[in-house]
Design a protein around this ligand. Structure first.
Ligand code: SF4
Length: 93
């Protein structure tokens, strides 16, 4: 386990299973845009499948907003903070 994984593993995540606070356009075919998210998300919420489609899981999101800034007009179609007491609780740093 890397140091970053260790640190992220200390956080608590109260995932809203009913409502995704981030939604993406899975039909975007622009590999450059997709790789921005794969490379920049600090929690590795974005991964590229073998067929070069984008996989996304908001469960480990740190709510940093990086994906919204990078691809808010191409891939990220909805970005909000999780509702009420949902989302990440930072435990370290
Ligand atoms: S807000 Fe930050 S942590 Fe969450 S999916 Fe976007 S880049 Fe990743």
């Amino acid at each position: 386990m890397s140091k970053i994984e260790e640190k992220l593993g200390v956080n608590k995540y109260y995932v809203d299973e009913a409502v995704a606070h981030i939604e993406i356009n899975e039909n975007c075919g622009d590999l450059t845009e997709k790789m921005k998210l794969v490379n920049a998300c600090p929690a590795s919420c974005y991964t590229l499948r073998e067929d070069q489609t984008l996989a996304f899981d908001y469960a480990g999101c740190l709510e940093c907003g990086t994906c919204r800034i990078l691809c808010g007009n191409t891939i990220v179609k909805k970005w909000t903070y999780p509702a009420d007491t949902k989302g990440v609780e930072f435990r370290k740093g």
